[in-house]
Design a binder for this molecule. Structure first.
Ligand code: ADP
Ligand code: MG
Length: 632
C-alpha cells in the first residue's frame, strides 16, 4: 500500500542526482541493472519502478535532458536526499500525495516542451525556459512545503518512535518479567506434578493400608473371640492349678521324706557294700590268698588221655598214672600214680566261661582295692595263651577280656553309688631278662630302653612304657590286639619267641567316692608265662641256651619268691628276676594270687606235666599272709 509512492519519489531523486542521464540512457541502464547479478545495488529500487514502464517512462522523458543544467534543483534536492528518503518513507503511510503533486508539474513542463520552437526562436525558447523555471520554482516551493510537512511528521514520528521504543522497552521488561514468572511457574508446575504423583502413590498406599486395616480388624475380632475362650480356659486351669498346687505340696512333703529314706538307704547301701567287700575278702582269704587252678587241655583229636585221671566226684584232684613194664616180664604192668590236689582242677571239657567264674571273684577283689595277680604256667602248647586271652569269638574269649568286661560293668554299677574309677593299661613283654613295650606304636628303630623303678611308696613303674588311659572294654580289646601284633612281628624275626617270653598285662585301677571320702587303688596283673619245658643242656646252645637260662631262672625265682612269702622269710628275692621285680607289689601280703597250671594231655608230655604239677603244688602249699585292701 505504501510502497508505490516511496518508489516514485525515489526515482525523482535518482534522476535529479544523475543529471547526465537521459531517457534513452536510462532504459538500457534499467536493463543492465536487471541483469546485474548483485541485487544489493540501490538501483534495484529503480529497476522495480522501471518495471512499471507505462506509468513512469512517459513522465521521465520530458525533463531528462533539460534537468542537466538545473543546478538549483540538484542543489535543493541533493542535500535533503537522506532526509527526504525518511520523509518519503514516513509519508508513504499517507498515500500517494507526492506523486500527485510532482507528476502534474512535470507533465506541465513537458507539455511546454511539446511545442517545438524554431532554432531562431530564442525568445520563445527563453520564455519556455522561464516557464519551466517558474514551474520548477513552484514545484520547489511545493516540495519544500511538503518537505516541511514531512519534517513535522518526521519529528512527530520520531517522538512517537521514542515513545514506542519506551513502550517497547517497557514491554520487553514486562516480557522478561513474564518470562521469569513463567519460569517460576514452570518450576511450580513440576512441583505440582511431583506432588500429584506423590498424592497418587499415597492414595495407593492408603488404599493398601485400608485393606490391611480391614484384615487386621477381622483378625482382631477373631482374636478377641479366642481371647474370651482362653480366658474361660484360664479360669478353669487356675482352679485346676490351685488343686494341683495343693497336691504338689503334699507330694513335696512325700518326696522330702522319700529323699530322707533314700539317703538313709544309700548309707545303708554303702555300709552294705563295705560289708560285702569285707565278707568277700574273708571268703577269699579262707579260700587262700594264693590259689592254684589246674587246667587240662583237650587232646587235639578230641579223645581221652590215658595217663591223666580226673575223678568225677572230686574237682580238686588230678592223678598222673605212669605204667611201667615189669622187669621180670612175668607179672603184669605196674602203674605208678602221682596224685596232686589244687584249689580247682578243670578237665578238657571245661569251658572258658566255667573257668572264668572261679576267677571273677578275684577280679571283683581288684575293684575292691586288692592287688590281684593271675599267672598261666605250663609247657609250650599246654593252653596258657588260650586260657589268658582265648580266641576272638565270644565263647572262646579268655580271662583277660572277660576280666576287663567284668571290671567295666562293675565300675558302672558302682558309679551309681558315687564311685568314680580311672583305669590305666599297660602291656609288657619280658624276653631274656629285658623289657619290651607291647603297646609301642613308634618306629622300630627308635624303640626305647626300659627300666623298672620303684617309688618310695613301693609302687613299681617302668620307664618309657606306654601307660594308656582306658574307659571302656573296646579300648582294652584294641590294646590287646596291638600287643599281639607287636608280639607277632617279633616272632617272625625269631621263631616262636612268644613261647619263650613272659607277657604281662596290667590294669591300674583307681577309685574315689568323693561323697564318702573313700579312695581305693589296686592293680590287676594277668601274666602269660614263658613255656616251662626243660631242655637238655646238650641240646641247647647259643641263643637258645641263653633263652633257656633266662626262662628257667625267672620261673624258678617266681617259685622261690612265692615260697619266701609263704614262709614269711625276712628276705624275698624279688630283684633276682625282672618278672618278680615287676610283680613285686602284686605278690605278697597285700595281694591275691592265682596260678593256672596248664597241662598238655599227650603222653609224650608226661615228664613236663609232672614237672609243672610239682611246681604248682609247691606254690599251692604256700599260705601268704592275710591280704588287706589298699584303702585310705
Ligand atoms: P601255650 O600258650 O601254652 O603255648 P596255647 O594256648 O597256644 O598254648 O594252646 C595251644 C593250642 O591248643 C592252641 O591251638 C589252642 O587253641 C589249643 N587249646 C589250648 N587249650 C585249649 C582248650 N581248653 N580247649 C580247646 N583248645 C585249646
Ligand atoms: Mg602261648
Amino acid at each position: 500500500m505504501s510502497r508505490l509512492p516511496v518508489m516514485s519519489s525515489k526515482r525523482v531523486l535518482t534522476s535529479s542526482s544523475s543529471s547526465s542521464e537521459n531517457a534513452q540512457e536510462f532504459a538500457p541502464a534499467q536493463k543492465r541493472i536487471r541483469k546485474d547479478p548483485d541485487p544489493v545495488k540501490p538501483h534495484a529500487a529503480a529497476t522495480i519502478i522501471g518495471g512499471k514502464r507505462p506509468a513512469v517512462a512517459p513522465s521521465r522523458a520530458p525533463f531528462s535532458k533539460p534537468a542537466r543544467g538545473m543546478g538549483a534543483a540538484t542543489v535543493a534536492v541533493g542535500p535533503s536526499r537522506g532526509v527526504l528518503k525518511q520523509s518519503v518513507a514516513s509519508t508513504a503511510a499517507k498515500g500517494g500525495n507526492i506523486r500527485q503533486s510532482v507528476a502534474p508539474a512535470a507533465t506541465k513542463a513537458g507539455g511546454g516542451g511539446t511545442t517545438k520552437r524554431h532554432a531562431w526562436d530564442l525568445k520563445g525558447k527563453v520564455s519556455d525556459m522561464e516557464g519551466k523555471v517558474r514551474n520548477y520554482q513552484t514545484k520547489f516551493k511545493s516540495v519544500n512545503q511538503e518537505n516541511e510537512a514531512l519534517r513535522d511528521t518526521m519529528v512527530q514520528r520520531q517522538s512517537k518512535m521514542v515513545e514506542m521504543e519506551k513502550e517497547l522497552k517497557k514491554q520487553k521488561s514486562q516480557i522478561s518479567e513474564y518470562e521469569e514468572e513463567l519460569q517460576a511457574l514452570s518450576g511450580v508446575r513440576e512441583e505440582l506434578e511431583k506432588v500429584s504423583s506423590d498424592k497418587s502413590t499415597l492414595q495407593k498406599e492408603l488404599s493398601n493400608l485400608e485393606g490391611k486395616y480391614k484384615v487386621m480388624e477381622t483378625l482382631r475380632d477373631s482374636q478377641e473371640t479366642e481371647l474370651q475362650t482362653l480366658k474361660m480356659k484360664l479360669s478353669v486351669q487356675e482352679s485346676t492349678l490351685a488343686r494341683v498346687q495343693g497336691t504338689l505340696r503334699d507330694t513335696e512333703e512325700e518326696v522330702r521324706s522319700l529323699k530322707e529314706t533314700v539317703a538313709q538307704q544309700e548309707d545303708e547301701l554303702h555300709a552294705g557294700e563295705m560289708e560285702r567287700r569285707r565278707l568277700h575278702n574273708t571268703i577269699q582269704e579262707l579260700k587262700g590268698n594264693i590259689r592254684v587252678f589246674c587246667r587240662v587241655r583237650p587232646l587235639v583229636d578230641g579223645g581221652l588221655s590215658k595217663h591223666i585221671q580226673l575223678p568225677a566226684s572230686d574237682v580238686k584232684t588230678i592223678t598222673l598214672a605212669k605204667t611201667e613194664e615189669s622187669h621180670t616180664g612175668k607179672t603184669a604192668e605196674t602203674q605208678k600214680n602221682y596224685i596232686f590236689s589244687f584249689d580247682r582242677v578243670f578237665g578238657p571239657m571245661a569251658s572258658q566261661q566255667e573257668v572264668f567264674e572261679e576267677i571273677s571273684l578275684l577280679v571283683q577283689s581288684a575293684l575292691d582295692g586288692y592287688n590281684v595277680c593271675c599267672f598261666a604256667y605250663g609247657q609250650t602248647g599246654s593252653g596258657k595263651t588260650y586260657t589268658m586271652e582265648g580266641a576272638e569269638y565270644d565263647q572262646a574269649r579268655g580271662v583277660i577280656p572277660r576280666a576287663v568286661q567284668q571290671i567295666f560293668r562293675a565300675a558302672e554299677k558302682l558309679a551309681t553309688q558315687g564311685w568314680e574309677f580311672t583305669f590305666t593299661a599297660s602291656f609288657v613283654e619280658i624276653y631274656n631278662e629285658s623289657l619290651r613295650d607291647l603297646l609301642y606304636t613308634g618306629k622300630a628303630s627308635k624303640r626305647p630302653e626300659h627300666e623298672i623303678r620303684k617309688s618310695t611308696n613301693n609302687e613299681v613303674t617302668i620307664t618309657n612304657l606306654t601307660y594308656e588311659k582306658v574307659s571302656n572294654e573296646d579300648q582294652v580289646l584294641g590294646l590287646i590286639a596291638l600287643a599281639n601284633q607287636n608280639r607277632s612281628t617279633a616272632q617272625t624275626a625269631q621263631n616262636d619267641r612268644s613261647s619263650r617270653s613272659h607277657s604281662v598285662f596290667q590294669l591300674d585301677i583307681e577309685g574315689v567316692n568323693v561323697g564318702r571320702d573313700v579312695k581305693c587303688k589296686s592293680t590287676l596283673c594277668l601274666v602269660d608265662l614263658a613255656g616251662s619245658e626243660r631242655m637238655l643242656k646238650s641240646q641247647s646252645q647259643g641263643e637258645r641256651f641263653k633263652e633257656m637260662t633266662a626262662i628257667n631262672g625267672s620261673l624258678s625265682n617266681l617259685g622261690i619268691v612265692i615260697s619266701a612269702l609263704a614262709n614269711k622269710e625276712s628276705y624275698v628275692p624279688y630283684r633276682n628276676s625282672k618278672l618278680t621285680y615287676l610283680l613285686q607289689s602284686c605278690l605278697g601280703g597285700n595281694s591275691k594270687t592265682l596260678m593256672f597250671v596248664n597241662i598238655a594231655p599227650e603222653s609224650d608230655s608226661f615228664g613236663e606235666t609232672l614237672n609243672s604239677l610239682r611246681f604248682a603244688s609247691k606254690v599251692n602249699d604256700c599260705v601268704i599272709g592275710t591280704a588287706s585292701a589298699n584303702r585310705k
